[in-house]
Design a protein around this ligand. Structure first.
Ligand code: MUC
Ligand code: MG
Length: 376
């Protein structure tokens, strides 16, 4: 019977560290390897689903670290879910929320693995379980974050020449605003006629600094400014948006839950929101945040936390069914890793990333790679 076959039999969480092709530097941290928790959920029918919880430099981008995620899954989330039906996604979410507050990345990795396992059981992509895909590929940007403008210009030209990316997100906030402005001025001069540029300050500026420098970003034709202010300062973002010399603002760290999204909407504090599984607690939570944004006329942007092809595929499954993903996505993660964790990495082609075909997430875990990159 489905009740027996689709019950969760086993949940395994493995910490992996995968090196990046270069240093990736943002306002609060810098990484040369990406750390993930890979979750494997086995159902009673023998089918295995996979999910991924991404972090960035330990608990520095948000409060969750791979060590904390694994501990929470092993001690609280996995025991609560064993024996539950994998296809009852909303009930599973209630069970996970009762077992632990927040811990959104941990819950997202588990829910992703449920979608993968159920999709593989039924022969349907995860996107179909969420209402169906309206697109099979998405525009994908690349992030420039070495901090060295010569390297960044060369890297961007290589991406443009290879027809991989033509929008670039530049990480700012690791140095003083004047130094970032000098760097951005060089990048804009070298790239502006071939590419669209956006920036991400990762909460680095206060409101006074933002008021001073946003007009200068607009003069450089920066198309979008992500999270200039600390996550708590939603009212400040709203005040910045009332000025007509400010570029459009993208909300990232200030929107985890649907309630956060509602507060941003009520404060008219963003032009667009970055959607990420680690923030919203899973595919269903992501679609809920997207619905609140849509209701408020706030644009959707497909965010990432430098996921491997596993986490990136999960995002693409959730993004594929959104009516209007006006700002495209940033799932370049598989390209910044020196290696991947799946048998067939995601395809990047003509400035787009492609939704993998096949049931569940559409990707297959490579057990040798998992063993090789597992932390001992
Ligand atoms: C973030 O804050 O957006 C996403 C892309 C990137 O380069 O860093 C991440 C995190
Ligand atoms: Mg961001």
């Amino acid at each position: 019977s489905p009740a027996r076959d689709l019950a969760v039999a086993q949940i395994r969480a493995t910490i992996v560290d995968v090196p990046t092709v270069r240093q990736h530097k943002l306002s609060q941290t810098s990484v040369t390897a990406q750390s993930y928790v890979i979750v494997q959920v086995r159902l009673e029918n023998g089918v295995e689903g996979i999910g991924e919880a991404a972090t960035l430099g330990g608990p520095r981008w948000s409060e969750e670290s791979v060590e904390g995620i694994k501990a929470t899954i092993d001690a609280y989330l996995a025991p609560a879910l064993i024996g539950q039906r994998a296809d009852h996604f909303v009930t599973a979410g209630l069970v996970l929320d009762a077992a632990a507050k927040r811990n959104n990345a941990a819950k997202a990795a588990i829910e992703t693995a449920l979608f993968d396992a159920v999709g593989k059981t039924l022969g349907l992509p995860a996107a179909a379980l969420l209402g169906g895909a309206v697109r099979s590929s998405l525009p994908v940007l690349w992030t420039l974050a070495s901090g060295d403008p010569d390297q960044e210009i060369a890297e961007a030209h290589a991406k443009l020449d290879a027809r991989l990316h033509r929008t670039f997100k530049i990480k700012i906030g690791a140095q003083a605003p004047e130094a970032d402005l000098a760097r951005l001025t060089r990048l804009a001069a070298a790239l502006a006629d071939r590419a669209t540029l956006i920036v991400d300050a990762n909460q680095a500026w206060d409101e006074t600094t933002a008021r001073r420098f946003l007009p200068r970003l607009r003069d450089l034709k920066i198309a979008l400014v992500e999270q200039p202010l600390p996550a708590w300062n939603i009212a400040g973002m709203g005040r910045l948006r009332t000025r007509d010399d400010s570029p459009p603002l993208l909300a990232d760290e200030c929107v985890f839950t649907a309630h956060d999204m509602l507060a941003v909407a009520q404060g008219a504090a963003a032009d667009a929101v970055s959607l990420k599984l680690v923030k919203h607690g899973g595919l269903i939570g992501l679609r809920k945040v997207a619905a609140v944004a849509e209701a408020a006329g706030i644009g959707l942007y497909g965010g990432c936390l430098l996921e491997s092809s596993i986490g990136a595929a999960a995002h693409l499954q959730a993004f594929a069914g959104l009516r209007d993903l006006a700002w495209g996505c940033e799932h370049f993660g598989p390209q910044i890793l020196t290696d991947d964790l799946v048998t067939e990495p995601l395809r990047f082609h003509d400035f787009e990333v492609h939704l993998p075909a096949g049931p569940g997430l559409g990707v297959t875990l490579d057990p040798d790679k998992l063993r090789h990159y597992a932390r001992s």
